[in-house]
Ligand binder design. Sequence first.
Ligand code: DGL
Length: 220
Amino acid sequence: MNSRPTIRRIGIFDSGAGGLTVLRVLRQSFPGVRFTYLGDTARLPYGTKSAETIIRYTIQNAAFLLKKKVELLIVACNTASAHALESLSTFTQLPVIGVIKPGAQKASLISRNGSIGVIGTQGTVSSGMYRKFIHQYRPNAQVHAKAAPLLVPLVEEGLVSGEIAEGAIRLYVDPLMEHGIDTLVLGCTHYPLLRDTIGKLYPGLNLVDSATPIRDELAV
Ligand code: DGL
């Protein structure tokens, strides 16, 4: 499946362990590639920090991975992808892939009615990047974005199902459902761990996470 045979080492980072959801899919799809993963758990969360801080952390993470001789960088953190990709491209000549554009593209393609919800950290939602890229692929889409700050700590606590998780998910997703969304972007690397619970609460809703769109982008 790997159509970039010249790339043998890929560096991937997230603000914590959430990006392992992306790494798992990539490892399965590209067995010939060696992945180096950096989870910046010491400075988690990124989602509540300023754009300047996120840019600084992102450059530091990239510098660490460049020392490992990686040939391509994947920013598996939505918040870092939202704020720091431009700065990263001036820092390194290496190809850099962020999670937002591929996720926005997939959501634009699979939505039937063009009403697309996005949940993410405060930083990701306030950046407006999902909205921007969804409109690039589907100019008439209705994008309804909501910051979902309780979901990362819930996942960190292992509360991915049950009454508390369901209540928090409903708090954020019910208002989006009232807008008639048929597709929901899980715009944070922690959220795929809530996928089963979200799917149970909203059967028939398309769920787009970061992992498969990144895999598809890498396979081009
Ligand atoms: N990894 C972050 C993201 O995808 C979520 C956790 C955090 O706030 O750092 O946006």
